[in-house]
Design a protein around this ligand. Structure first.
Ligand code: SF4
Ligand code: SF4
Length: 386
């Protein structure tokens, strides 16, 4: 008889059943053919992965068996790479998964932040999502200046207490492993669709009670298109409401592909004037405006999100121009005005990047209300925040 643990169990087991408690799946049991006794009961994903490392197709079946709500067969023609047993094995680079969020869509939500963004906004509050690859950051307040990172660095570029220059760091992680306090960290974790679904599923009860769901944000989530589509398809199979937060600087065909699988699109529009948009975000807004036009005619539920940045886009003329443009589109269900806040500054320091608005204050609630009036005057439903 095969060994009762490790990869051989998974290789030889042919039957899997779910174990439920109070109607919710809590574990998966593995059986040999014609043997009613379970070989092994698996309650969490770590041993499941270890046991099935060398059996990707079985691993996919196991993963699909554990949370009972997911249908293991995909009706969608999603791109599957060699070695991936199902689209739930597609992996992406995630910077954070934020639970119990009351922003980024209706109800209580889980927001998944994907890494990589084509824009470089001066006011960005998620700079760890800018670069498309994993990078090293340093939390200076946790640093003991013990020098272990510098000793471990094979390139000789790690310096105690500061994040290494991006141009010279090869992101090998030796300093992260050597650091005794966790001051040195990686920004960005590789997760499969299945890993993310596991996190999402933990808060299912809150989505059901509050008409909430999952928001996929970033960075720009469409930069990881394959992963995004696979995650959206899985959420749809599971009956979970989805929102995608996009900057709109993406191919129109890709945006429409994503829109088909998404219940709500959160579309960010920063500045209408092209030259100023280029100055403060690094790119032209022509593609963004074209995409918003197309999307508003094809998707029934688009929320426009306008960050209010004092001195940059809060002049009455600018706000009127954005409001007029939004009112001319058919699918804009509401406008969310997002007040600038300074939470990104510390993150820029951790990443050893320059913050270009060091002295800018957040707008007052009166300024936000005055800005909201410009949108209401054009017949738009407007909300401050969210
Ligand atoms: S990630 Fe590697 S190359 Fe970069 S600072 Fe750390 S040890 Fe040096
Ligand atoms: S190893 Fe960690 S705690 Fe020690 S100097 Fe480097 S960053 Fe600071």
């Amino acid at each position: 008889m095969a060994a009762r643990n490790g990869a051989r169990v998974a290789d030889n087991a042919t039957r899997i059943s779910r174990i439920k408690q109070g109607g919710r799946p809590v574990a998966a049991a593995l059986f040999y053919p014609r043997d009613p006794r379970p070989i092994r009961v698996i309650r969490d994903r770590a041993p499941l992965r270890a046991a099935t490392k060398r059996a990707p197709s079985l691993r996919a079946r196991l993963c699909n068996a554990t949370p009972a709500r997911y249908n293991p067969s995909s009706p969608l023609d999603l791109p599957i790479k060699a070695g991936q047993a199902s689209f739930r094995m597609v992996s992406g680079l995630i910077t954070n998964i934020q639970r119990y969020s009351l922003h980024d869509g209706p109800g209580i939500r889980t927001t998944v932040f994907l890494k990589g963004c084509p824009l470089d906004c001066w006011w960005c509050h998620n700079p760890e999502g800018l670069a498309p690859e994993r990078e090293v950051v340093t939390v200076a307040s946790r640093c003991l200046h013990c020098g272990e990172c510098a000793k471990a660095c094979p390139e000789g570029v790690a310096v105690a207490g500061t994040t290494p220059e991006r141009a010279v760091c090869v992101r090998c992680g030796a300093c992260v492993r050597a650091c005794p306090t966790g001051a040195r960290q990686f920004a960005g974790t590789t997760m499969t669709v299945d890993d993310v679904l596991w996190e999402i599923d933990r808060d299912r009860i809150f989505y059901d009670d509050s008409s909430g769901g999952v928001t996929l944000s970033g960075g720009e989530p469409l930069l990881q298109l394959e992963f995004l589509l696979a995650l959206l398809a899985s959420c749809r199979q599971a009956g979970i409401h989805t929102a995608v937060d996009t900057c709109g600087f993406v191919k129109d065909t890709q945006l429409l592909q994503v829109a088909v699988l998404t219940d709500l699109i959160l579309f960010d529009l920063k500045i209408l004037d092209e030259a100023r948009h280029r100055e403060f975000t690094g790119v032209s807004n022509r593609l963004i405006l074209d995409n918003l036009r197309q999307l508003s005619y094809r998707h029934p539920n688009v929320w426009l999100r306008v960050p209010l940045i004092p001195g940059i886009n809060d002049a009455p003329d600018e706000l009127d121009a954005i409001a007029r443009f939004a009112a001319s589109l058919s699918g804009i269900r509401q406008v969310n005005l997002l007040p600038y806040h300074r939470t990104g500054i510390q993150k820029f320091q951790r990443l050893n990047r320059e913050y270009r608005l060091p002295n800018l204050a957040s707008p007052s609630s009166e300024q936000m209300e005055a800005a909201a009036d410009h949108f209401a005057a054009h017949g738009l439903k407007v909300r401050v925040g969210g």
